[in-house]
Every structure is written in structure tokens, then in C-alpha cells.
Write a protein that binds this ligand. Structure first.
Ligand code: MSK
Length: 636
């Protein structure tokens, strides 16, 4: 018998989402939750990672229970089949972040060579610092020459280096030694991804453990390579984030202005949209069309990029993207790539919304395609904004519902900003950690997944952790959830334990710090490295952890694996498709601990997950000889 559809209260934690789900039903719009219910029950073989379609002797399904079909046609058993699938899953995630990073690198090169006229270096000090870090003598080099020189060094990271990627040198010595010993040091970003595809071709690497270790190396090429390049160069080109106030949720849409949503991951396009939307000619055209102005708001990680640097309001996270269009108030959604559901095209068509694609890498049938290049970006952005203005008179006020008021958030906690808030050194944070005022630090990252009640695990976990005096860093789609829960505001410290509340009060910061988008998880790696170096320990010795409670994507799996391989214990709210292999599952949950000093934990209950993370942090504190409880020691 078919299961009853879930109620709107069971689908999302938030009233704005629930109201939009009701409106979607009235408007005849199907959403990601409806499609999940249609797809349920899902294939049990795929769910466990036991299907293989990598050659045409197959496809095969490995039956671990019955006497037959225990092996694929080539002879692969359950462990090998799961490992091959998992390896490719990680490679796809690492490739996605890293190809995004490559776009920033090409933009930097374009600035250096004068072929990207609308772009500039907005943080020349950071450019110079990165040059020096990468061994470039900046004496006598102007900004353009530095940009070219740094781009050349980092281009080589994509191909292949003899030994290690440039930013691997940021990792503590003890961590680098572990990577050397286990053959995990990432050499080339593209190289590790390609090698994973090669290893998992039929008849190459047939050792499941060996494939999994290469998956870790591939993920490290993402975290300390492609993602880190994406983050650092976005800062150079668009400015290093500083703490600032902004607003979030669907309430940031305007009833009276032209609403443009920017969605995807890369700031290269959205920064130009923002610039064009602020031009006097565009504002005059908007007024001539009957609007009071132009309102640019963000979704998903493009939204995070724009929120962090420019204070652009953040309308929603992954599961809110469809619902943002259901408000009927959006003139245009302009996308770059990643996490853009194809369903957004037909949903746009239900309203007056223009759906605009900008990258040749991400084409959507039914979209208006404006091909952005480094040469034409501002001109194309003006074309896009003009399309949005044209759409405004077609907005039907009778179909508009904006279901919430905006919430206030504080954003912009780059590592530079965190250190500045601490007076220029990590010492105040370390002191707070040493006296137990801050028991530990946890990065809550990643997505939403309709299999989990929208934002419930993200918010539930964060609330439990801050009660335990654990400072939370947040990135990606988790950000809006924290904002709606009031945790990105200094007043959120009222929900924290006494120690963390005191610490936040001293620095005037929220208990959850927004550190950026998906690629900005690399900031967390770098911060861990700085803290480990300051204490002369390895990252695995620190009282830190990571969590992707509602993750869905290949990229999130790559993030989780590079965190573990960097020595950070990592919680997942639901497992990857590996449960068909006892060997791979055991490696993920326990075996990686022996290799990297950290492993995964899987738990779908917020309180239990917080308890497990808390136990791990306590163990690390005790091993470092630190008190586990804040005894009220004076902090100054
Ligand atoms: S956008 S990968 S749903 S965080 Fe980065 Fe959000 Fe996850 Fe996409």
C-alpha cells in the first residue's frame, strides 16, 4: 500500500517553507519532496552500493544474501563493487569543487593578463601574501604581475607536481608525515581525480582498501587543493570577508522591487550581476518598469559567497530553491553551476520568472542561455538584469506570497577576520579552549536532503553543541538554517552554555560563525592547521570535529573524507551508499582511525550525534591534559 504523503510540518522545520509547500500544492507545482515520495521505495541494491554499470558485460547487481549473483560478471564481489562506486563518487565531488576553483584561477590569470576587464584584485595584500607563501619573490612585481605569477604556480597544481600541491605546506608537519607514510599526499588535483577513474575501470585496482585510500588522496586534493584555491582566489578577486550584518530567509524578497536570485556556487558571475544591478541606468529602467529598485538575493553557495563578501541577503538553502520561486515574486533566477535542480526550469515557467544559465558547463533545456566569459561578463550581466526588469510588469500580485520577515545574521568570519577579532593571534581562542570556556570547535557543513526533515538535524545538532560550550563554524546550506534559528546573531549566545556564552560576549560574536560556502570548508582546514601549529600538535589531537548532518551530494562526501583524512572526526546524518560492503563500512567507521587518526560516525538523531561528538572532544581534551569543564577561570 502506498504511504501517505508527509505533511508540510513533517517536511520542513520552518513555517515559511511550510506555507510555500501549501502554495506549491495550490499552484500545481511538484517539489523535491513529492518526487522523493514517488521514488520511494528506492532500489535496495543501489542504496547499499551493490550495483555496477561501469561496463557493458553488466549491469550487475551483487546479491550478498543468496547463493547466486554474489559476483559481478567480471568477478567483482560486494566489497570491490562498493569501493569502486564510492571512489567514483568522491572523485566527482572533488572534481566539482576543483573545477569551480579553476574558474577563479582563470579569472585571476585574466586579471593578470588584462583579458578580464570587469574583474580586479580587490585584496592586493592577500595576493602578495599568497605569492610569498608560494615562493614568489614579489619585489618589483606590480599587482598584475603577481596575479600572473601566482596563477602559473597554481595552474601547475591542477596538472601534476612532483611531490605535493602548493597549499599542502599549510598542514602541520605531523599530518604531512602521515600522508607521506600512507601515500596520501595529493600531487595534482586533476591527476588524483583521473587516477580514481582509471583505478576503478574494470581490471585495474581490485583491492577495495587501496581504492578507498586513493579516494582519501583524491579528497585531500580537493580540500587542500581545488577548494582552497577557490576560496583564496575568490578573496583576492572579490575581497576577504569581514564581519558584517545582513539578512536571511524568504523574507528578503521584495514586494516592490525587481527580485533577482543568484544560485549555484561561483562568485564569478554573481559579482557581475550585482555590479550591473547597481548601475544607474539599470535602476532607472527598473523604475520605468514600475519597480522601486532592484533586489539581488542569493541561494545556496553562490548566495553564501555573496553574503560573506557583499552582504547580499540570503534567500534560502538547497530545499528552499524551488520554494523561493513559488513565492511568485522572483523576476529572474540566474545560475552558474552545481546544486541547481533541473526542476527549477518548469517551476520558473509556472510563474513569470526568467531562468537564465551562464556557463557552457551547465546547460538546462528551456533556459535562456547567456554565455558569460571573462571578456564579456559585465555586458552579459547587464543583458541578464534587463531581462529581469522586463519581467517585472508581468508579475501577478495575486499570486505573490512572501511568507516571512527577514532574520538578522552576522556573516564574514574568514580566518583573517577570526584572527582579527582575537586581536591578531589565535591566542585568545586557544586560551579559551585551554580553560574549557570553549570546549571545542565543530564545523557544521553541507546540504539539505529531503530524506531528513528540512533543517531539523542541522539546527538540532548546533543547539546541542553550543549548549556543550562547543563553538560552531558553519558553511554552505547549513548557514540559512542557523540564521533562521537565531544562531548567527550575537543574541544566539543565550542558547549556549555558560563558557561559550562568556567567550562570545567577550568578543561580541555569535555562537555559530559563518565562514562561507562549500569550498570555504578549506578555511576550516587552514584554521585547524594554524591552531595545531600553535599548540605544536597534529590536527587529530585537537578537540575539533566536523558534521554534515543533512548532506546529499558527491561534493559533501568529498568534504567529509578530506576532513577525516586531515585528522578531523566527521559525523554524517545518513550514510553514503556503502553499507553493502562490510569491509568499506568498517574502514569508514573504524579503520580510517588507524590510518588518519579520525573516522566517520553516522547518527540521525541530533542529541545522540551531539553526545558522540562531545565524547570525542572530551577524549581529545583529556589527552592534551586539559580540563573538560569550564571552572570559571578568569579570561582576559
Ligand atoms: S550548495 S553541495 S546543497 S551545501 Fe554548496 Fe548546499 Fe550542499 Fe549544494
Amino acid at each position: 500500500m502506498a504511504k501517505e504523503p508527509k505533511s508540510v510540518e513533517e517536511r520542513s522545520l520552518w513555517e515559511d517553507a511550510q506555507r510555500m509547500l501549501e502554495k506549491a500544492a495550490r499552484d500545481g507545482v511538484t517539489t523535491v519532496w513529492d518526487r522523493l515520495e514517488e521514488q520511494t521505495p528506492q532500489c535496495a541494491f543501489c542504496d547499499q552500493g551493490l550495483t555496477c554499470n561501469k561496463c557493458v558485460m553488466g549491469p550487475c547487481r551483487i546479491n550478498t544474501k543468496g547463493p547466486k549473483r554474489r559476483l559481478g560478471v567480471c568477478g567483482a564481489d560486494a566489497d570491490l563493487t562498493v569501493a569502486r562506486n564510492f571512489g567514483r563518487f568522491i572523485a566527482a565531488g572533488a572534481a566539482s569543487h576543483s573545477d569551480h576553483g579553476r574558474d577563479l584561477l582563470e579569472a585571476l590569470h585574466g586579471v593578470g593578463t588584462g583579458t578580464a576587464p570587469a574583474y580586479a584584485v580587490r585584496d592586493p595584500q592577500k595576493l602578495a601574501r599568497l605569492c610569498v607563501e608560494c615562493g614568489i619573490d614579489v619585489a618589483g612585481l606590480d599587482t598584475a604581475a603577481q596575479a600572473r605569477a601566482l596563477a602559473e604556480v597554481l595552474f601547475a597544481d591542477y596538472a601534476m607536481r612532483g611531490k605535493a600541491l602548493a597549499f599542502v605546506s599549510r598542514a602541520p608537519e605531523k599530518r604531512r608525515a602521515i600522508w607521506e607514510k600512507t601515500g596520501s599526499t595529493p600531487r595534482g588535483i586533476d591527476r588524483e581525480c583521473v587516477e580514481m577513474l582509471h583505478r576503478t575501470h574494470m581490471g585495474v585496482d581490485c583491492d577495495p582498501a587501496s581504492i578507498c585510500l586513493h579516494a582519501a588522496r583524491t579528497a585531500l586534493a580537493d580540500g587542500w587543493g581545488g577548494s582552497m584555491i577557490g576560496t583564496e582566489l575568490s578573496d583576492v578577486l572579490f575581497g576577504t570577508p569581514k564581519p558584517a550584518k545582513a539578512e536571511a530567509n524568504l523574507g528578503v524578497l521584495s514586494k516592490t522591487k525587481v527580485n533577482i536570485l543568484v544560485h549555484g556556487h561561483s562568485p564569478v558571475v554573481s559579482e557581475m550581476i550585482l555590479a550591473a544591478a547597481g548601475e544607474p541606468d539599470m535602476l532607472a529602467a527598473a523604475r520605468a518598469a514600475g519597480a522601486e529598485g532592484i533586489n539581488v538575493a542569493g541561494l545556496c553557495c553562490t548566495g553564501n559567497e555573496m553574503l560573506m563578501r557583499q552582504g547580499v541577503p540570503l534567500a534560502g538553502n538547497h530545499l528552499m530553491t524551488e520554494l523561493a520561486l513559488v513565492t511568485g515574486a522572483v523576476e529572474m533566477i540566474v545560475v552558474d553551476y552545481q546544486c541547481v535542480m533541473p526542476s527549477l526550469v518548469p517551476i520558473s515557467a509556472c510563474y513569470h520568472t526568467r531562468f537564465v544559465t551562464t556557463s557552457d558547463k551547465a546547460r538546462f533545456p528551456g533556459a535562456t542561455h547567456l554565455e558569460f566569459t571573462l571578456e564579456n561578463a559585465l555586458e552579459k550581466a547587464r543583458e541578464a538584469v534587463a531581462l529581469a526588469i522586463e519581467a517585472f510588469p508581468r508579475r501577478d500580485p495575486a499570486r505573490v506570497e512572501i511568507p516571512a520577515e527577514p532574520v538578522s545574521v552576522t556573516t564574514g568570519f574568514s580566518n583573517e577576520a577570526i584572527l582579527e577579532a582575537c586581536g591578531g593571534t589565535p591566542e585568545p581562542l586557544l586560551k579559551a579552549v585551554k580553560i574549557g570556556m570553549v570546549r571545542g570547535v565543530v564545523g557544521i557543513v553541507g546540504c539539505n536532503n529531503p530524506k531528513i526533515k528540512h533543517d531539523s538535524l542541522l539546527v538540532g545538532l548546533a543547539r546541542e553543541l553550543i549548549k556543550q560550550d562547543i563553538l560552531v563554524l558553519v558553511t554552505g546550506c547549513a548557514t540559512v538554517a542557523m540564521g533562521k534559528a537565531g544562531l548567527l546573531d550575537a543574541s544566539g549566545a543565550e542558547q549556549a552554555g555558560a563558557g561559550l556564552a562568556d567567550f562570545c560576549g567577550h568578543l561580541g560574536i555569535p555562537p555559530v560563525l559563518h565562514v562561507g560556502s562549500c569550498v570555504d570548508n578549506s578555511r576550516i582546514l587552514h584554521l585547524c592547521a594554524l591552531l595545531a601549529d600553535a599548540l605544536d600538535v597534529d590536527i587529530a589531537d585537537l578537540p575539533v570535529a566536523a558534521s554534515a548532518p543533512e548532506w546529499y551530494s558527491e561534493k559533501a562526501a568529498a568534504i567529509g573524507l578530506y576532513a577525516v583524512a586531515s585528522g578531523i572526526p566527521t559525523h554524517l546524518g545518513l550514510p553514503p551508499n556503502i553499507l553493502g560492503s562490510p569491509l568499506v563500512s568498517d574502514l569508514a567507521l573504524r579503520g580510517l582511525e588507524d590510518v588518519y587518526g579520525a573516522a566517520f560516525m553516522v547518527e540521525s538523531d541530533a542529541a545522540k550525534a551531539a553526545e558522540a561528538i562531545g565524547r570525542s572532544i572530551t577524549a581529545k581534551r583529556l589527552a592534551l591534559g586539559l580540563n573538560d569543564r569550564y571552572d570559571g577561570a578568569v579570561y582576559s
